[in-house]
Write a protein that binds this ligand. Structure first.
Ligand SMILES: [Zn+2]
Length: 447
């Protein structure tokens, strides 16, 4: 009896949490799903303030939200309160609860679960995956691959190509090349050659991206992750917006429509390093890509655009009384560059010099010593993956006015918003598994 009362209460709780998904006249020819990896409300707010107060313009994401289709998004995984990209993206891709670390695979670790990209492909639609992280990283992988653990990136590279995804763009070329070719593949295969044989145009620079006419495209712009936006000027890599523009041009030629997943993959990475300026710049680059998606949607109203995130990273917060957006603007490089310049055991003098050179901030001797002693990292290295970076972010607080809770993911609610047919369901309080159903309904209801 107690059990029955409890189940009835649980049912009421669930039905009051989630609004019905059916009953909307969604008829989407195309779907553009845009994921800001690690883009919690803190990252969003920081980019929004920076854009309005420093760049004097509104975020394109806010433009989407002003259409009135915005939901809070919960993101818990099957086995964890605080999720990560593999489970989160797999839940968005399949509508099923997932175990952390798995890529669109059932709890047994071996049964693949069909994804929204595969459903689109079955319907004859074109498909594309784009990220600034690795194309084999968890978020893009979850849409076109099925592996027991996200670390199996050589298998992901293989599966993405075999799935025939028409546009694949991002970093981590290393998983397409054998060890003798400076890659990570132990099977000796060269997937770039195999991709060419399968009809892909293989490119690796922004110039080549401009010249690509169409057909299937494999763009791998870096052996590792693509450069942070703040460091990109010194590279030959395209921006996320440039990759998005080309992807939509190519995929929209299919008369049956397309599914594209576009990820701002390194908001998460910058936030893991507690890099305020880097995180803001990554979020703004993602916002620019959202603008490309929104402009396409306005010209092609039968397109569903969904913008969301997978989880929050680092617990980023703008601090009252000390936030200095103008100081953040003066930052010249990512914390990745700063960490490289510091090396393993820098002296306090070296810390002061590097911080001045790259971050345009003059810290004191005591503050520099705090960075070299790195007390918080020593107390809990499991929460702080990057030596010295949390301590550096801490001493920068009075200069930049941005605080960080940790270097791990945070149990923060997210935002999900969108435009076009099917986006009516992006209201109230949703769970990330429901995004799958919203996209699937939007495809099925088309005539
Ligand atoms: Zn992360």
């Amino acid at each position: 009896m107690r059990y029955r009362i409890r189940s009835a209460a649980l049912f009421l709780l669930i039905s009051s949490l989630f609004l019905p998904l059916s009953g909307f006249a969604g008829q989407a020819k195309n779907i553009i799903l845009m994921i800001g990896d690690g883009m919690g409300p803190g990252q969003f707010a920081a980019a929004w303030l920076y854009s309005n107060k420093i760049l004097n313009k509104e975020l394109r994401m806010v433009e989407v939200m002003k259409g009135g289709r915005t939901a809070f998004l919960a993101n818990g995984a099957a086995d964890a309160i605080v999720t990560e990209s593999a489970a989160a993206a797999s839940q968005i891709a399949t509508g099923m609860m997932m175990t952390t670390g798995t890529i669109s695979m059932a709890a047994d670790g071996k049964t693949p679960v069909k994804t929204i990209l595969e459903i689109a492909k079955d319907r004859g639609m074109a498909t594309g995956l784009v990220t600034t992280s690795g194309i084999t990283d968890a978020t893009p992988a979850a849409f076109a691959a099925h592996v027991a653990h996200r670390s199996d990136e050589t298998a992901v590279a293989d599966q993405e190509l075999r799935a025939g995804v028409e546009v694949l763009m991002g970093g981590r070329k290393q998983f397409f090349l054998s060890e003798v070719a400076a890659g990570k593949r132990k099977d000796g295969r060269n997937l770039l050659d195999e991709a060419r044989a399968a009809g892909y145009v293989v490119i690796d620079t922004a110039d080549e991206l401009k010249r690509v006419e169409g057909g299937k495209v494999l763009g791998l712009f870096n052996m590792g992750n693509m450069a942070y936006e703040i460091d990109r000027g010194a590279t030959a890599e395209p921006s996320l917006a440039e990759m998005t523009t080309k992807t939509l041009q190519i995929l929209s030629r299919n008369p049956k429509g397309f599914f594209a997943m576009i990820e701002g993959g390194r908001i998460d990475h910058a936030a893991h390093q507690n890099d305020a300026a880097g995180t803001i710049r990554e979020t703004l680059a993602f916002d620019e890509a959202v603008g490309v998606g929104l402009d396409f949607q306005r010209k092609n109203p039968d397109t569903l655009v969904i913008v969301t995130a997978d989880h929050e990273t680092g617990g980023m917060a703008i601090i009252g009384n000390s936030v200095d957006l103008a100081a953040i603007r003066k930052v010249q490089a990512s914390f990745e560059v700063v960490a490289d310049a510091l090396g393993m055991n820098p002296t306090p003098e070296k810390v002061r010099e590097v911080v001045k050179r790259y971050l345009a901030v003059e810290i004191t001797d005591d503050e520099a010593k705090m960075v070299t002693c790195d007390p918080i990292w020593k107390l809990g290295p499991h929460n702080y993956a990057y030596p010295m970076m949390h301590s550096l972010a801490f001493v920068l607080r009075p200069y930049l006015g941005v605080g960080w809770v940790s270097q791990t993911h945070i149990a923060s609610l997210l935002l999900a918003f969108g435009s076009g047919p099917g986006s009516e369901a992006l209201v109230g309080f949703r769970h990330n598994t429901e995004l799958f159903q919203i996209m699937k309904n939007a495809l099925e209801e088309r005539k």
